[in-house]
Ligand binder design. Structure first.
Ligand SMILES: Nc1ncnc2c1ncn2[C@@H]1O[C@H](COP(=O)(O)OP(=O)(O)O)[C@@H](O)[C@H]1O
Ligand code: SF4
Ligand SMILES: [Mg+2]
Length: 369
């Protein structure tokens, strides 16, 4: 069973990922292996992840640091080749695209936005040249005037001014730099944006502005997002569907409302219980306990068992397969065996539909921060 059946019917799918896996060879150098008799060491960063993203919707991928989220992002945009599994964009298996002529038109249709906009913007280039580069590379406008007009339009679209084009990235705040990254990503007229922690380096008030901008752009341009964050509150704000990742595997996925109101997997519950109670309902915040183990030697059976209060012998022995329960798919023996009752969690302290952007700790501030 895959998340595809939850997150959209296949005919609506822009992206379909099936059984995606990525192993990194982290073996010691050959000489050490020969002299110390050590074998190869493989790190399973992503271990059989499946999901579908319908056109025009947002799939949020959440989990603690080290769970494999960025590796999924890099696999999806082709920065890494998968060890196993399949990625389809509009029904086309990307592995079947071999020549530059086949790859380029598809490649143009997705872009990636990273956590650190400063690192991804060339500090020696003026903003207008940074944004014009994909326009020139993909021949999307011809002539200086047409390109300058397009760059000015893109800057306006992300809440900056065309006059900002003559400045350099260091002349902007963190939030403004992320707006520039978004303008550059939009320059090649993509359908699909893979956003890897795009707001994690920003202050909370600026985070809300960037998330709102992304939602506006999604509405006006019909964009589809894979949105990655370690922060469940941020993911809730922007996502239609959410997948929770733990040590390379998707452990629960559902539509955002269901996942936040009736989380089933003990890991999802742990993440939710750690969100601060911004509306001061009196709910106790329970900090996340323990750490993500190394994916080089993950725990047997269910990877989460050393941290799970519901773990039993079967959990330690056997990896759980996803089961469907209501609108959710969840991989947990405790849920399957009905040892973990549905809905048994404290209130989140933020009613569904209320966003981090509208809660007291996430004020709106000025539009172009
Ligand atoms: N290029 C790489 N080579 C070796 N290990 C890697 C590489 N990229 C990521 N990893 C490892 O894969 C695991 C998942 O990493 P990552 O996808 O960055 O997780 P996340 O984005 O959820 O923090 C981590 O243990 C990380 O150290
Ligand atoms: S499978 Fe077992 S250890 Fe894993 S989350 Fe479910 S109850 Fe906990
Ligand atoms: Mg990451």
């Amino acid at each position: 069973m895959t998340a595809g059946s939850i997150s959209g019917r296949d005919r609506d799918a822009l992206l379909r990922v099936d059984g995606l896996a990525k192993e990194f060879d982290v073996s010691p150098p050959l000489l050490n292996r020969v002299f110390e008799g050590a074998g190869r060491v493989m790190l399973k960063a992503v271990d059989g992840v499946s999901f579908t993203i319908p056109r025009g919707r947002t799939f949020g991928l959440v989990g603690e640091s080290g769970c494999g989220k960025s590796t999924v992002a890099r696999l999806v945009v082709g920065l890494y080749g998968p060890t196993r599994g399949r990625i389809e964009f509009e029904g086309v298996d990307l592995a079947t695209l071999k020549t530059r002529a086949e790859i380029e038109p598809v490649r143009r249709r997705w872009q990636m936005i990273f956590q650190d906009p400063y690192a991804s913007l060339n500090p020696r280039w003026r903003v207008e040249d940074i944004i014009a580069e994909p326009i020139r590379a993909h021949h999307l406008a011809r002539g200086q005037t047409a390109i300058a007009t397009r760059v000015g339009h893109l800057l306006t679209q992300v809440g900056l001014s065309p006059a900002d084009g003559t400045k350099f990235p260091h002349e902007f705040s963190g939030g403004q730099r992320q707006r520039i990254s978004i303008a550059r990503a939009l320059a090649s007229q993509p359908d699909f944006l893979v956003c890897d922690e795009p707001t994690s380096a920003l202050d909370v008030s600026v985070q809300a502005q960037i998330l709102n901008l992304m939602k506006e752009l999604q509405r006006s341009l019909g964009l589809t997002y894979l949105f990655i964050s370690h922060d469940l509150a941020v993911v809730y704000h922007i996502s239609d569907f959410v997948g929770v990742m733990y040590l390379g595997r998707l452990v629960e996925w559902s539509d955002a409302r269901t996942l936040f109101t009736t989380p089933r997997h003990p890991y999802t519950r742990m993440l939710l219980d750690a969100i601060p109670d911004l509306e001061m309902t009196g709910r106790a915040r329970t900090p996340v306990a323990g750490e993500v183990p190394s994916p080089i030697s993950p725990p047997s059976g269910c990877h989460f068992h050393p941290r799970c209060p519901y773990a039993n012998d079967r959990c330690r022995r056997e990896a759980p397969l996803p089961i469907r329960t209501g609108a959710t798919e969840v991989a947990c023996h405790g849920v399957e065996e009905e040892r973990i009752p549905a809905g048994a969690r404290p209130t989140l302290g933020r009613s569904p539909g209320r966003s981090p952007g509208r809660s007291p700790g996430r004020s709106q501030g000025s539009p172009a921060a």
